[in-house]
Design a protein around this ligand. Sequence first.
Ligand code: THU
Length: 162
Amino acid sequence: MEERKIETTYTVYAHVGELEQAEQTLMQKAAEARDKAYAPYSKFNVGAAILLSSGAIVTGSNQENAAYPSGLCAERTAIYYAGANFPNDTIAKIAITVKSETTAVNSPASPCGACRQAIAEYEFKQKQPIEIIFMGETGEVYKVNSLTTLLPFTFNSSYLKK
Ligand code: THU
């Protein structure tokens, strides 16, 4: 037997102003989307903004439901919108930010497992990595160069091929 190790590398920015200008703009779009979240149950607003290869930006926010599991996270709202409306565009980056009505979020909140899997599908489809940039309402910003950094051993369609 042997042990194998997986290491994760991510970049830490002290605050959003340290990002390159285009990424600051993308994060600003995520913050604007966050303010449109429908989150009456959790009071936890999430916004996501996706930069496409064409330069277009699409956004999404979490949409909750009285039947709780029927709600959807911001990241999947945004990426499914991108997939549905721009099926031939490559997804370059996703910026994510959160804001809670009940507590200050001053450190990065990373995408949930289901959203990671959804992002993985598009990264595998386009054969190009998707950068993910995420933060709380304020504070440090984390950036990873590929979804697989957040989800090692990613399940993808290669396993389904005969
Ligand atoms: N949420 C997101 O939108 N994205 C995530 O990655 C984690 C959680 C939403 C779902 C729910 O509306 C609220 O945040 C609290 O879990």
